[in-house]
Design a protein. Structure first.
Lengths: 205, 205
DNA sequence: CTTGTTTACTAAACAGTGTTCAGTACATTT
DNA sequence: AAATGTACTGAACACTGTTTAGTAAACAAG
């Protein structure tokens, strides 16, 4: 029965075709400005076809959000091989930053936009991608605790605190709430604030 | 010439009428789901009329964003009268939180959504509301430095760090990125993480 | 009081959006 | 060769933000 296998393969390829066209359009034009019709035009199919492969636009965005997590975790890996656990943590923070600046649209989808979470909610599923990425952070924080870098013992709570902080800079920056500082000083200021955070948790956590 | 004055008064009242109807609809239905036509219906005018008082939807959202800042700064004031500067800082953080939880749609508009910043950008204006709210925080941090609570001397950088952190929790929570924790533990976990942050900067900053 | 002008407003249209569904043409099975 | 199943689409539905031409009332000047 090679025929059903071929069909499944074709179906998978079509999903990929849609996803790649969508991703390309989204990343170069921004998520808000790309419509289902644009994507359909790009792959030379009718808009209705897309709905044979994705329940709605949120599902499509959720699928791209997943690609984003794959990419982010890939970029985290080199950091995880550093010897010192605290260096590891700092490098993860820097990479979170860098990922956001280099892939602002993807980051937005992964951590700011409502759409992908709405897709999750209406299937009442769990956010596995977020969980596994957060898992990397927790492990790293636990290593810091075990190595005696941090006195505080609850790795999960500490991880939330660290994530929130790093995410805060990023979200404020991407959503233009730091534009009240002159453009020249902006990045420098963020660097300084991040360094300050690092030094503060090194001393105080 | 009382006639032009009356006309100006009427114009101002119409703006208010639109703004209040819009605000009411937005806060009870969410910003994404309210259209210009909905607002027009609510005040029993044609949609086109709204465009005589606001350039576009972004300007309308920006105006409501301003109301939000008035409200937030009002809620900050009691915190500013606390005697101890560090208590002041902590209380401001708690009130930032509380404001976000009690007015999620307003908070979204003020610190997460793109629309109001787009309105600002296309008039190339400065985000005065943000600046003045941030000013309160800087002053508070400066007081902590002067009182010897913090060793670190740059109030602006420290303020950015603190804002980012508090904002991080809030943004992740509001955009449902903390839903991977069980609902029962969620708020408790956030409280703990915030307390940890407070203790950490108290020791390490 | 009658002009002319300004103002406030709206109906209707434009160009777009996400989404659904009946219908078609082709592939596969019987 | 006929019947079934699948992949796809044209066209529509009910919206969206926004613009424009036109109307009716308010006002100012003669």
């Amino acid at each position: 029965m090679g025929i059903v296998e071929r069909k499944e393969r074709e179906k998978e390829e079509m999903r990929k075709l849609i996803l790649e066209a969508a991703q390309k359009l989204f990343l170069e034009t921004g998520f808000e400005k790309v419509s289902i019709r644009n994507i359909a035009d790009a792959i030379e199919y009718s808009p209705a076809t897309i709905y044979l492969y994705f329940k709605d636009k949120n599902e499509l965005l959720y699928a791209i959000h997943n690609i984003g997590f794959q990419k982010m975790i890939e970029e985290f890996y080199p950091a995880l091989s550093l010897a010192d656990p605290f260096d590891r943590l700092v490098e993860m923070g820097r990479r979170y930053f860098r990922f956001a600046f280099e892939n602002p649209e993807l980051f937005d989808l992964m951590f700011i936009m409502n759409a992908p979470m709405d897709a999750l909610a209406c299937r009442d599923d769990i956010w596995d991608e977020g969980r596994s990425a957060f898992g990397l952070l927790i492990k790293c924080v636990q290593d810091c605790i075990d190595a005696g870098v941090f006195k505080y013992q609850d790795a999960e709570v500490a991880a939330i605190m660290i994530w929130s902080s790093v995410h805060g800079y990023t979200a404020l920056f991407l959503r233009k709430r730091l534009d009240m500082f002159e453009e020249s000083r902006r990045k420098e200021l963020m660097e300084e604030a991040f360094d300050l955070f690092i030094k503060t948790i090194q001393k105080g956590l």
